[in-house]
Design a protein around this ligand. Structure first.
Ligand SMILES: Nc1ncnc2c1ncn2[C@@H]1O[C@H](COP(=O)(O)OP(=O)(O)OP(=O)(O)O)[C@@H](O)[C@H]1O
Ligand SMILES: [Mg+2]
Length: 267
């Protein structure tokens, strides 16, 4: 699937919850500076797949490899320590925290010594604002602002900038653009491209074909827990991808039948 040496790879992964089979024989890989788009309808198994990649749950069968070596992530913390950053919808940020605090959560810079050590607010704010600006979000200039006051796209951008700053190698984004308007989504897509340019391996989950096409190098379509199609940029048209996601039904036919129904109902 990828020409470059893969950073993260899944080989023949199955995942079941008791009697329910959710993932079936998934093999995927993503390399440095590449964006792998995972497409699929509701319930296809996308979130379960990323939970498996980020240590929230373990595969029932198959293996996960990092830099070519078989790896087990027993807990999310273990995946994080290996440089896998997962950004959930809305950026997983805390609305009542300042930008600077949020950026450094769990790794706060301090000043002073011994019992006099205090959170270095100025430094945290300066670095947070600098890093977010480097990602092209120039509207954020004050690190004391509360995250709750940021737009959805800005929050996503903050979460991505944070992951990049702390040295993530793999960035997993679960539907980062789902709740965003056109402009904000474009912003997040630009930042995904920036993360890619900096050499991160990105797994981008979406069911919006246009968003996937704007950033993706490789694409995998998941249907009922299995990979139904796997292709590179430029190999398929938007219409074809949409049809694949609809489970092989032609979207044009689907639309025609909806229009037909409406006409009959309208009399
Ligand atoms: N812990 C669980 N126990 C049982 N079934 C589960 C569990 N987690 C997920 N599932 C089932 O697995 C299937 C895939 O769920 P998943 O959340 O991975 O889909 P998704 O592709 O992320 O969907 P969406 O686009 O709606 O977010 C669903 O049918 C879901 O009900
Ligand atoms: Mg999901």
């Amino acid at each position: 699937m990828s020409d470059k040496k893969p950073v993260l790879e899944l080989r023949n992964v199955d995942k079941s919850f008791g009697p329910i089979d959710v993932l079936n024989d998934i093999s995927l890989k993503v390399g440095e500076g590449e964006v792998l788009c995972l497409l699929g309808d509701n319930g296809a198994g996308k979130s379960t797949l990323i939970k498996t990649l980020s240590g929230v749950c373990q595969p029932t069968r198959g293996e996960i490899l990092m830099d070519g070596e078989t790896t087990v992530f027993s807990r999310p913390r273990e995946a994080q320590e290996r440089g896998i950053a997962t950004v959930h919808q809305f950026g997983g940020t805390y609305p009542l925290m300042s930008i600077g605090r949020n950026f450094f959560m769990g790794a706060e810079p301090t000043k002073g010594f011994g019992p006099f050590r205090v959170f270095d607010r100025k430094r945290a704010n300066r670095v947070a604002v600098e890093e977010v600006q480097k990602m092209g979000i120039t509207r954020i200039t004050d690190g004391d602002r509360l995250v709750g006051g940021l737009s959805g796209g800005e929050r996503q951008s903050l979460a991505i900038a944070r992951a990049v700053y702390f040295g993530a190698r793999v960035l997993i984004l679960d539907e980062p653009t789902a709740a965003l308007g056109v402009k904000q989504a474009a912003h997040v897509l630009r930042i995904v491209n920036e993360a890619k340019r900096r050499g991160l391996a990105v797994v981008f989950i979406t069911h919006q074909v246009m968003h996937a096409m704007a950033v993706g190098d490789h694409f995998a379509v998941l249907i009922r827990g299995a990979i139904a199609a796997d292709f590179r940029k430029g190999e398929k048209t938007r219409e074809h991808i949409a049809d694949l996601m609809a489970g092989g039904e032609s979207m044009a036919d689907l639309e025609a039948s909806i229009e037909g129904n409406m006409e009959t109902q309208g009399g």
